[in-house]
Structure formats: structure tokens, C-alpha cells
Design a protein around this ligand. Structure first.
Ligand SMILES: *[C@@H]1O[C@H](CO)[C@@H](O)[C@H](O)[C@H]1NC(C)=O
Ligand SMILES: *[C@@H]1O[C@H](CO)[C@@H](O)[C@H](O)[C@H]1NC(C)=O
Ligand SMILES: *[C@@H]1O[C@H](CO)[C@@H](O)[C@H](O)[C@H]1NC(C)=O
Length: 447
């Protein structure tokens, strides 16, 4: 925390090269999920009146350039090029078949005038804005119903200037839910790579009702005390692959979601086939989270090769009464964590409700979570698994888990309730509940 930007980048470079060295020979990438496209048609924001002085508002330039891409429809799509410079702008919409290319030194900066920020309707799977009832502010960069969109370049920056929004949250003066930095709704064939995301007002990257989304080599930065600045939140989406990125934010680094209580249950769109690997980061909340909004179901999440530092929770599967939803086949392996409050947490009593009309009988169904090869130092509590009395968690497998405590009296042992599963080479020893099945049980299933 409080690390300089440069230190963050140096850490990232060091750890990523170390990670790639350690896993070389078995180096999988997301590249098969969305084909990379090379586009012949290129335009520059400068051709549309762009001014990169950090002061001039470029809303018209962005809208004009994207209108041109949308309506001229050049074969193979169009690159919108941003040369070095700081482009202040209001929120804008992307279109299909485009590449937003940020040159080295190009910054797209969100306006801090929040007064006329556009509003959009709530997501059907949430029924309302996530933090305030009713509609919500449109994301800074927005897309709905798109395909074949690439956001990339030479590590230029998308800066949400979120402080003004964080302060409204702190002072309880927010009228509607804060904007995400990037939200893509109902979209497919998306690549986001080699971009730095900074100071998002709310969640950073939010693909919702999307499929075939690849995010790699991104850097996401927000202060540790910035509220709800989740890194990447795949939500009711499938075939999402996130890899080789550095994320240091004020909330979960990556949180897989699928809608909120009765609205999410009615909408019924799961998140599935989600791959997350080679992520380095820190946060006072979770490294990788599943939930807490899980009402459409979350199946098939594969997480590997994480390096987590100064975290609240290493891996957090979280749901609640009223959520319903199936959580199935979550696999996590090869995690190193250091200076963490709770290493592994799986809990059925986390998160709030959209309103009083949630169904208290809609219980989550959690089965088949496998954690393997996890190593931690300075971990205050190695693990906490709290199922629900009326819906115990089953088939939980812990294999080769070494989570060492800090020296001194703060150490808290494993705690489990309403869970069954098996443990194999877990140190310190977990709980009796987790030895209910042997190696032939939960740990032998592969998914
Ligand atoms: C951007 O998209 C939103 C939501 O789809 C829509 O309400 C809005 O009118 C669009 N804005 C512009 C400038 O096209
Ligand atoms: C951008 O940053 C990523 C992650 O730090 C790095 O791997 C990549 O080489 C950089 N790309 C360029 C074009 O500088
Ligand atoms: C979970 O994994 C098992 C074993 O591969 C598979 O048979 C099952 O269909 C998966 N379940 C879900 C809901 O994805």
C-alpha cells in the first residue's frame, strides 16, 4: 500500500518474469478465445478535433470518431488512434469492429463534472443500482450489444479521476450508483490488453452478459482506501479469460458474479468457463472472489498462479441467504500469498440484499471447490469455511495447503461449520469437518 506507481510497475515486471520462468514449459494463454484482428482502416482522434492538453473537453471528438466508425463500416473495422496527450472527456459509447489504441503517453481522462453524467437503467439481474435504488450512472467507457472490440496500445492510461465519486460515497451524497470505468453489456469478441486503468469511480472493468472476453497485460491501480474499486468483475458472462496482469485496488482484484437475489434468480444467467491466471496484486479485500452476487449461478472457474501481497482475504467464495444460485466446480491452484488476514474463506453469510423482498428460502448450493498448492506467509487465519445449516457446502477439497501464521498472538486457527470435504497435506491442520471424506472423495474429482 502507498507504493508509488513506478514501484508497482517494477514489482509487476519482476514478478511476471519470475512467474513466466517458473511455469515455462506449461505456458497457456487466452489467445484462442478471441482472434486478434489487424485493421487496415485507421483514424486519429486529432482528425476529429481532439486536443490532448488535459483541459479541453474531447467529448465531441470521441463521439464524432466513433460515429464515423459505426456508420462508414470499413471492412475489417477501424482503429481509433490516440497519440500521446491527455484527452479529457465525458462518458462515451464504443461501437462494434473497432480498436481503441492508446499510444505510449496517451491518457483518456474522465471529467470531474459529475452533474450531467448520463444515466442508464439498472441491470435486470440486479433490479436496481448496486449501491443506490433506481438507475445508475453510465460507465465512463461504455458498450452495449457490441462485438469485435479491442482496447489496447502501448500502455496508455484510462483515468477515471474517481476521487470526486469516492468523496460523494464517503459523504453519502450519491444520488445514483457510481459509474464503472468500463462496462460492456451483451457483447462478445472483446480484447482488453496493454492498458493502465487508474482511479475508477467504482468497479474498473465490468463485462456483463458477455461471452468471449480476453483481458491480459493490464495494470489496474486505485488507492487501497478507495471504496468498491474492484479490478475486473465478469458478471453473468462466459468464456472470459484474464491473465498476466497487475491489480492493486481498494476492493476485490477479480470478482466473478451473476446477479443479485430475486432479480438475479429471475434473470437466471450464470457465469461459467472463467479462467484467471498469473495475476499479481494487493488489496484490503479479496484476491480472487466468487460472489457475493451469485444468483444466476457460477460454474467452472479455473484460477492458477497468483501472487497476492497485503490482502484482506486470499481466495474468497462468498454468498448469502436469498441469493439462491449454484456455485459449482471452482478450482484454484498455485497461489502464493503474503501478509494476509484470512487465507481461504468460503462463507454463506456475506453481502447485502437489494430490498426487503428477497426470498429467505432461496439458499445457495455450493459444491465442488478445490484448492491446491497454496503457500502463504504471515497469514493471520489460514482458513474459514462457514456453510449454511440448511444448505451445507459439500465436496470441498484442500490439497497441499501451507499457510503460516505471523509470529505472535494474533494467529487464529482454522474454523469450519456446515461443510464437508477432504484435506490432504494441509498445514496447519484444518478442521474435523474437512476430513469427512478421504483422498478418494472431493480431492479426486477433476473439473
Ligand atoms: C450510449 O449508450 C447508452 C446506453 O446504451 C444510451 O442510453 C446513450 O444514449 C448512448 N449515448 C450516445 C451519446 O450515443
Ligand atoms: C505494457 O505493460 C505490460 C505489463 O506490464 C508489459 O508486459 C508490456 O510489455 C507493456 N507493453 C508495452 C507495449 O510497453
Ligand atoms: C462439474 O465438473 C464435473 C466433472 O468434470 C462435470 O461432470 C460437471 O458437469 C460439472 N458441473 C457443472 C455444473 O459445471
Amino acid at each position: 500500500m502507498g507504493q508509488s506507481f513506478l514501484e508497482n510497475i517494477l514489482n509487476l515486471t519482476l514478478i511476471l518474469s519470475l512467474t513466466s520462468f517458473l511455469v515455462s514449459g506449461n505456458y497457456e494463454t487466452c489467445s484462442g478465445i478471441v482472434p486478434m484482428r489487424y485493421r487496415n482502416d485507421k483514424i486519429s482522434i486529432m482528425d476529429f478535433g481532439g486536443v490532448g492538453d488535459g483541459v479541453t473537453l474531447n467529448t465531441k471528438a470521441f463521439r464524432g470518431a466513433i460515429f464515423r466508425i459505426e456508420h462508414l463500416r470499413r471492412r475489417g473495422g477501424t482503429v481509433l488512434y490516440l497519440p500521446p496527450g491527455v484527452y479529457l472527456t465525458e462518458a462515451f459509447n464504443l461501437t462494434s469492429h473497432m480498436t481503441l489504441y492508446l499510444a505510449r503517453g496517451a491518457v483518456i481522462k474522465a471529467t470531474t463534472s459529475t452533474g450531467n453524467w448520463p444515466l442508464i437503467p439498472p441491470l435486470p439481474s440486479y433490479g436496481r443500482g448496486r449501491e443506490r435504488p433506481g438507475g445508475r450512472y453510465m460507465s465512463f467507457i461504455h458498450g452495449d450489444g457490441l462485438h469485435d472490440v479491442i482496447i489496447t496500445g502501448e500502455n496508455g492510461t484510462i483515468d477515471g479521476q474517481g476521487e470526486v465519486w469516492w468523496n460523494m460515497w464517503r459523504q453519502r451524497t450519491l444520488q445514483f450508483t457510481r459509474p464503472n470505468l468500463i462496462e460492456l453489456i451483451n457483447s462478445r469478441g472483446i480484447i482488453i490488453s496493454n492498458v493502465i486503468f487508474k482511479d475508477s469511480p467504482f468497479w474498473n472493468i465490468h463485462p456483463v452478459y458477455c461471452r468471449n472476453v480476453v483481458i491480459h497485460h493490464v495494470t489496474i491501480l486505485a488507492p487501497a482506501d478507495s471504496p468498491n474499486t474492484d479490478g475486473i468483475d465478469p458478471d453473468s458472462s462466459s468464456h472470459v479469460c484474464i491473465e498476466d496482469s497487475y491489480i492493486s485496488v481498494g476492493d476485490d482484484l477479480v470478482a466473478v458474479k451473476s446477479g443479485w437475489d430475486q432479480y438475479g434468480i429471475a434473470f437466471g444467467r450464470p457465469s461459467h468457463d472463467i479462467t484467471i491466471r498469473r495475476i499479481v496484486g494487493s488489496s484490503p479485500f479479496a484476491g480472487i472472489a466468487v460472489g457475493s452476487e451469485t444468483s444466476g449461478g457460477i460454474m467452472g472457474v479455473y484460477v492458477e498462479h497468483l501472487n497476492l501481497f497485503n490482502m484482506g482475504v486470499g481466495i474468497h467464495v462468498k454468498t448469502n441467504t436469498g441469493r439462491g444460485g449454484v456455485i459449482r466446480n471452482i478450482s484454484v491452484s498455485n497461489v502464493y500469498m503474503e501478509n494476509v488476514r484470512t487465507g481461504i474463506k468460503i462463507a454463506g453469510d456475506v453481502g447485502d440484499h437489494p430490498d426487503e423482498n428477497y426470498n429467505p428460502n432461496a439458499l445457495p448450493n455450493v459444491k465442488g471447490i478445490k484448492m491446491k498448492d497454496v503457500w502463504g506467509e504471515k497469514v493471520t487465519q489460514p482458513g474459514l469455511i462457514r456453510g449454511l445449516k440448511k444448505a451445507p457446502f459439500t465436496d470441498i477439497c484442500l490439497s497441499n495447503i501451507n499457510l503460516h501464521g505471523p509470529i505472535g498472538p494474533r494467529y487464529t486457527p482454522w474454523k469450519c461449520s456446515d461443510v464437508s470435504g477432504s484435506s490432504f497435506k494441509v498445514s496447519p491442520w484444518p478442521c474435523a469437518e474437512m476430513t469427512s471424506e478421504h483422498q478418494s472423495g472431493a480431492c479426486s474429482t477433476s473439473f
